[in-house]
Structures are given as structure tokens and as C-alpha cells.
Design a binder for this molecule. Structure first.
Ligand code: SAM
Ligand code: SF4
Length: 473
């Protein structure tokens, strides 16, 4: 059946009772069953909801340590030691919704409301480019006039048009905005965006209803089916996520998995990324100040590892909501993309205001600069990557997955990560970061590249030293 007809028919596909039953049945799993599922996950074929439920219901610390080990191995096998870096860019914080966990909620009368002008957006982008960023995630609240689709598309065009010294430019903008219709996604695609990201927040219907008391976001099904509409509108890479802390994390992980499976079944490809935001305190947001189902660090590590095992080829995104030490731990368990040097208040990159919290969406757990984050991850052996090659060469959606699954994408990614890292080191890094980075590049070249490929990579790295920019294969 053509995709268009399927999308028109698509309805709410999350069955709460089914998820609860799967979780109930998996309680107190036998250790042999857990080990069997871990072994299956290591074959990189993904897991069924029933298998995922068994891992989620595992509470034995020795078995959980095995889950962490397996997730680490899968992350290394598929993503190597790369971490893709991006910065969020909040352009407006006006919102017609009233999400109980968000500082931008309509009833927060004390929030400083801002919709940046195009000139202000250009200035924000200049700051980010001068720090070395190449990838943005652009976001705003949901407001019919002050954050319309036209405004948002103009903001994207503005951001792409900003060029600074050393070839500073934004090469990929991903977006996170309220659900759209198919025709609107088609228009959005024309601006040259990468991934469209949308979090369901909670897959649990009753909790969703309580958390979203008014505004267009009340409509659970409209939000749930938005990524299907995006695919139909030609957006090949879509990202999903759940806001952990609103409901039982085990339920949310299965919700994410059912969402991914439904996309794969209906659109031929699952989500490009999954995000794992955890509730942070936010200004005048009751559910964020006292999360209804707080997720401990231990459970957070467990859920990241289980997602990595369940959907090995789906990128996983971690934001600066988390603090540096926890971030470091979960990188090894399956995270492939991270934000760094973030601000969640519109205009936050230009101003260093002590009053920023009054315009911000939520508090940050990691407030380090991009250079500090890069130095830290480099010292832990991860290669920071600003690569945007796949999306610019059309390796997206199903084409990307077809290359990723037999391991072919690795060939491109590893080299491209080194090229984009080298550019960063040359143009933007502090002396300490540059020294650590050059050492890491040399180590990777010696350990991971064989003669012919090593020569190709070394030649291109030399070209970058000689002034070439935006080098990728
Ligand atoms: N307004 C759009 C929406 O709701 O989808 C755009 C994205 S909103 C600016 C980005 C995301 O921030 C939300 O989907 C939500 O998951 C997350 N968020 C809101 N309040 C948060 C909080 N207190 N802590 C952590 N994440 C939060
Ligand atoms: Fe608005 Fe999004 Fe915040 Fe909800 S999460 S209040 S929709 S900005």
C-alpha cells in the first residue's frame, strides 16, 4: 500500500495495557534468560519488546553489569569512539501550551518572553560558529503568531546564511518544533534541514493528559503520529524521545520501542535518533520541581544501555541536562550525539545574564564551554565529530540504514570525524585541547587505519593544515 494511504490511516498505536502486560510477564526474570537476551543483542540484530522488558525488569547488579558491558561493546562495534557534537539554538520562548514541566508554559507569567529577530538570530549563530559549532538543533515554543512556521523557516535560512572567519558556517540544522501537517513538513524540508525531532514526552496516556492540561499539545495522537507525517512530507531522518521522570521509565522505554517499530513498519525505516532527556528543574514548572517518577542515575544508565541494545543502529542523543560525570559514564553505554556549551534561553549565547533563568526552559547540568567539553572527551579517548557528510551526500533515511547495518558507514564516519575534528583543532581549540586532540588523532591513525586508507586520511589531514576546509568523503 502506498505510504500516503498508510499515513492517512495511522491512528494512536500505543496500547498502555499491552505494555503493562509485557512488563508484568517479564518480572523476576531467570538469569539464564537475561544472559540469552544479552547474547542476542551482541549480534546487533536488535530486540523485541518482550526481550527488552526482561532486561528492564532485571534488578540483579551482576546482570546489570553484564548489560552495561554488552551496551559498551555494541556502541564500540557500531559507532567506534566518536561523539557527534551540536548546540541547541532557542529562537523563541512564547508558547500556547501549558506543559506542567516546562518553564516556557503559557501560565508562567514571570518568564521574560522573547522571539528573536533575524538580526539577533544571526548574532547568536556568529557566537556559535566562532566557538567551532557546525551543527545546530533549532527550537522554539508553540505559538501561532510569534513562532509561526514562516518565522521558523526564516530563522533557519538566516542561520544557514551566517558565515564567519576560518570558514565558519553551520552545515546542518536539525529542528525541534511542534507537530505539523504533511504539507508543512514538505515546506520545512525545502529549507535544507537535517533531522526533525519531536519527543512524545510520555507514552502513558493518563500521565500525558495530566501533564498537558491545555493548548494544542493536549492531543496525544496528533503528536504521536507527527513523525509519520514528517516521513510522508519527505523528511527522511526523524528523531523521537521521552522525557524521563514523568512516568515509569520502563514503560517509556517500551513506548519508544513500539514507536520505532511502527515507523519501521509503516515508513520502511525507523527513527534516525532517540533522545533521552531527563526532567530538570525549571522556573515556575511544578512537575519539573518535583518529578512524579524520578529516575535515579543507576536506572538512567540502565535505560541508556538497554536502548542501545534494542535499537543498535539508532543514534542516541544526550543533552547538557545531565552533569559532566554522568555524561561521561553514559557515553560509553551507547550515546552517539551530545550537545555542548548550551543555553536554553533565546539570546543566551550573546548575553551572559545572571537573569537568564527567567527566560530559560530548564536548568543545565553541564555548563562547560564547547572547548572544555571537547578537552574532557578527548582525554577520555572519544573523537569529537562535527561531521555532516551523510546528510549532505544524501545518505539519509533508509539509504543510511542500508549502509549502517552491514557496517559500511563506519568507513566514512571514522575518517570524516577525524577531518572535522582536525578543522576544529586548527581553527578554534585552546592550546591544551589542540595538544590533546593531535595526540588522539595520531593514536587513532596508528591503531585503526591500515596503509592505503591511512595514506588517504593523512593526505586529507595535511590538506586541512594547508587551509582546506569542509573536507569529507
Ligand atoms: N515546544 C516544542 C515541543 O514541546 O515539542 C519544541 C521543543 S521544547 C522547546 C523541547 C523539549 O524540552 C520538550 O519536548 C521537552 O521534552 C523538553 N523539556 C521541557 N521542559 C523540560 C524540563 N524541565 N527538563 C528537561 N527537559 C524539558
Ligand atoms: Fe511549550 Fe514545548 Fe515547553 Fe510545552 S515543552 S510549554 S510545548 S515549549
Amino acid at each position: 500500500m502506498p505510504m500516503i494511504r498508510i499515513i492517512q490511516m495511522i491512528k494512536d498505536f500505543i496500547d498502555d495495557t499491552k505494555i503493562e502486560n509485557i512488563l508484568d510477564k517479564a518480572k523476576n526474570p531467570a538469569p539464564e534468560r537475561v544472559r540469552e537476551i544479552i547474547a542476542k543483542a551482541e549480534e546487533l540484530k536488535g530486540l523485541t519488546p518482550e526481550e527488552v522488558a526482561v532486561l528492564l525488569q532485571t534488578e540483579d547488579d551482576e546482570l546489570i553489569a553484564l548489560i552495561w558491558q554488552a551496551a559498551h561493546k555494541i556502541k564500540e562495534d557500531i559507532y567506534g569512539n566518536r561523539l557527534v557534537l551540536f548546540a541547541p539554538l532557542y529562537v523563541a520562548n512564547l508558547c500556547a501550551n501549558n506543559c506542567l514541566y516546562c518553564g516556557f508554559r503559557r501560565d508562567n507569567m514571570e518568564l521574560n518572553r522573547v522571539a528573536l529577530t533575524m538580526d539577533q538570530i544571526a548574532k547568536e549563530v556568529q557566537v556559535l560558529e566562532r566557538e567551532g559549532h557546525k551543527r545546530l538543533l533549532m527550537l522554539c515554543g508553540e505559538h501561532p503568531s510569534r513562532s509561526s512556521l514562516e518565522y521558523f523557516m526564516e530563522a533557519i535560512e538566516t542561520a544557514y546564511s551566517v558565515k564567519t572567519e576560518h570558514g565558519g558556517e553551520i552545515r546542518r540544522i536539525n529542528v525541534e518544533i511542534a507537530p505539523l501537517e504533511v504539507d508543512e513538513y514538505k515546506q520545512l524540508k525545502k529549507t535544507g534541514i537535517g533531522t526533525v525531532v519531536l519527543f512524545q514526552e510520555t507514552y502513558h496516556h493518563e500521565t500525558y493528559k495530566v501533564m498537558h492540561p491545555s493548548g494544542p499539545k493536549k492531543d496525544y495522537a496528533k503528536r504521536l503520529t507527527a513523525m509519520h507525517r514528517a516521513q510522508e512530507g519527505g523528511i527522511n531522518d526523524v528523531g523521537i524521545g521521552a522525557l524521563f521522570g514523568l512516568y515509569d521509565y520502563k514503560f517509556e522505554v517500551l513506548g519508544l520501542l513500539f514507536h520505532a517499530l511502527q515507523l519501521e513498519q509503516d515508513c520502511g525505516v525507523g527513527p534516525h535518533t532517540m533522545s533521552v532527556p531527563r526532567l530538570e528543574p525549571a522556573f515556575n514548572a511544578p512537575a519539573a520541581i518535583k518529578p512524579p517518577h524520578p529516575v535515579s542515575d543507576h536506572d538512567f544508565k540502565k535505560l541508556v544501555a538497554i536502548i542501545r541494545m534494542a535499537v543498535p543502529y539508532t543514534g542516541m542523543i544526550l543533552s547538557t541536562r545531565e552533569n559532566p560525570s554522568l555524561r561521561s559514564e553514559v557515553f560509553a553505554l551507547g550515546i552517539s550525539q551530545i550537545s555542548a556549551g548550551s543555553r536554553t534561553n533565546p539570546g543566551g549565547y550573546q548575553e551572559d545574564s545572571s537573569d537568564a533563568f527567567r527566560a530559560a526552559q530548564f536548568n543545565l547540568g553541564d555548563t562547560r564551554t564547547l572547548d572544555e567539553v571537547i578537552l574532557d572527551i578527548t582525554e577520555h579517548g572519544h573523537i569529537p565529530s562535527f561531521c555532516t557528510a551523510c546528510y549532505r551526500l544524501g545518505r539519509t533515511g533508509k539509504d543510511f540504514m542500508d549502509l549502517a547495518k552491514p557496517g559500511l558507514i563506519q568507513k566514512f564516519c571514522q575518517s570524516n570525524a577525524l577531518f572535522s575534528f582536525k578543522e576544529y583543532l586548527f581553527d578554534y581549540a585552546s592550546t591544551a585541547t589542540r595538544e590533546a586532540g593531535e595526540k588522539l588523532i595520531q593514536k587513532i591513525l596508528d591503531e585503526k587505519f591500515k596503509t592505503k586508507r591511512k595514506k588517504m586520511v593523512c593526505d586529507r589531514l595535511q590538506k586541512i593544515e594547508d587551509g582546506a576546509r569542509d573536507v569529507y568523503i
